[in-house]
Ligand binder design. Structure first.
Ligand SMILES: CNc1ncnc2c1ncn2[C@@H]1O[C@H](/C=C/CNC(=O)c2cc(-c3ccc(F)cc3)cc(O)c2O)[C@H](F)[C@H]1O
Ligand SMILES: [Mg+2]
Length: 214
């Protein structure tokens, strides 16, 4: 049967990227998406914004929602200090399989744990299963209508501390209007919008960075 787009992306990484070199994995995926097949990775322009926020926060605990093929996972993991606890959640087992291989090709398999499952089920298990008290940095890039329920779940589970930073992809395209309305109007968050473009296109998109105020 026909391969899937994630499987073709993995093949492109294995063919064109140097093992153990995260930058070459990132470049190989961006090249594949620009010249072969568009895919919903955060991409190079928004990826640079992600890089700068991760570097600024220098987090000890990180959570990513929506691993997909592991592109942003590699971008984040390559910047983390030794000993940082990084967990990424993905509920599609086929994506988990591809992401683990792309992350391994980058040589970053010891920096991140890819957990198969749904954020709604796993967020409440973070403390008991992974020994997390709070997350310093959270990257939201899963189903857009789940951004709001999941940020509320973080609050309910006591997983945010004063200064926790949440960065959300696609707040314009496809859009997360209810999430934006919440973080921009809640007194418990200080929010800032980073204008950019939808990955590999000229369409408008952007990322929202929200700091939990406690
Ligand atoms: C709901 N809880 C979940 N828990 C764990 N893994 C999850 C969960 N929900 C989804 N996943 C997992 O997270 C991924 C889903 C990513 C969704 N991303 C997008 O839809 C998305 C869409 C566009 C886009 C823009 C314009 C256009 F014309 C077409 C597409 C651009 C983007 O950058 C995106 O991120 C994965 F597939 C799913 O299994
Ligand atoms: Mg996205």
């Amino acid at each position: 049967t026909r391969s899937t787009r994630p499987q073709r992306m993995l093949k492109a990484v294995q063919k064109n990227a140097t093992k153990g070199n995260p930058e070459s994995v990132i470049s190989a995926i961006d090249y594949f998406c620009k010249h072969s097949e568009w895919a919903m990775n955060v991409g190079d322009e928004k990826g640079s914004i992600l890089d700068s926020v991760v570097t600024e926060v220098n987090p000890s605990t990180v959570l990513e929602l929506g691993t997909y093929c592991g592109y942003s996972t590699v971008r984040i993991a390559r910047l983390l200090s030794p000993g940082t606890k990084f967990i990424t959640l993905e509920f599609n087992p086929a994506n988990v399989t591809v992401a683990r291989q792309i992350i391994a090709h980058a040589g970053l398999q010891d920096k991140v744990t890819v957990v198969e499952g749904s954020s709604g089920d796993l967020i409440p298990q973070m403390k008991e299963r992974f020994g997390i008290t709070t997350f310093d940095f959270i990257f939201l890039d899963h189903w857009k209508d789940r951004y709001l329920p999941d940020i509320k779940l973080f609050e309910e589970c006591g997983l945010l501390r004063k200064g926790s930073v949440l960065l959300a992809d696609n707040v314009i395209c496809p859009g997360a209007p209810e999430y934006l309305e919440y973080v921009r109007n809640s007194p418990r968050y200080e929010s800032r919008y980073y204008p950019a473009h939808l990955e590999y296109t000229t369409l408008e998109d952007g990322m929202e960075k929200s700091v939990f105020l406690g």
